[in-house]
Design a protein around this ligand. Structure first.
Ligand SMILES: [Zn+2]
Length: 146
């Protein structure tokens, strides 16, 4: 298990997650510094967010597995008009990232990101708030540098 880099964030999480008995292993792993999701035991599909039912073959047999810590920025959007909980953070970027294990997910982009970064390398981050962890990503290499 490789712990992801951490970033200390000010205050509590703006919109704390609802944690269920099923998603608790995800949040516990994130607290411990890793991102996990579920892989289908029948067909092998790995997806995000974690699901207790495979979206490809409908198997209910899934196992928790660690996600790749890095990938590529597929696209992003910059949020200027934010929901009330995130208004203090605006403007901020939400990235659509393709992890090296094939999983595509959306997350907060920390630090500078611009159109020229699309196709560049990203790394996942644990965002450590006073009341718990969230996840995000940051650019690690621009496309020109790879
Ligand atoms: Zn399956």
């Amino acid at each position: 298990m490789n712990a992801l880099p951490e970033l200390r964030m000010p205050g509590p999480r703006p919109f704390p997650p609802r944690v269920s008995a099923f998603t608790r292993p995800f949040w516990d792993a994130l607290e411990a510094g890793t991102m996990r999701s579920t892989r289908c035991d029948a067909c092998g599909l790995l997806g995000f967010p974690p699901r207790n039912l495979c979206r490809a073959c409908w198997s209910r047999s899934v196992s928790w597995t660690e996600l790749a810590p890095a990938g590529v920025l597929y696209s992003f959007t910059r949020v200027h008009v934010a929901p009330a909980a995130f208004r203090a953070d605006a403007p901020y970027a939400i990235g659509l990232v393709d992890l090296d294990d094939g999983v595509r997910l959306m997350c907060r982009m920390v630090g500078a990101v611009e159109a020229a970064d699309i196709g560049g390398r990203i790394g996942l981050l644990v965002l450590r708030y006073e009341d718990g962890a969230l996840f995000g990503a940051r650019m690690t290499h621009s496309p020109q540098a790879t």
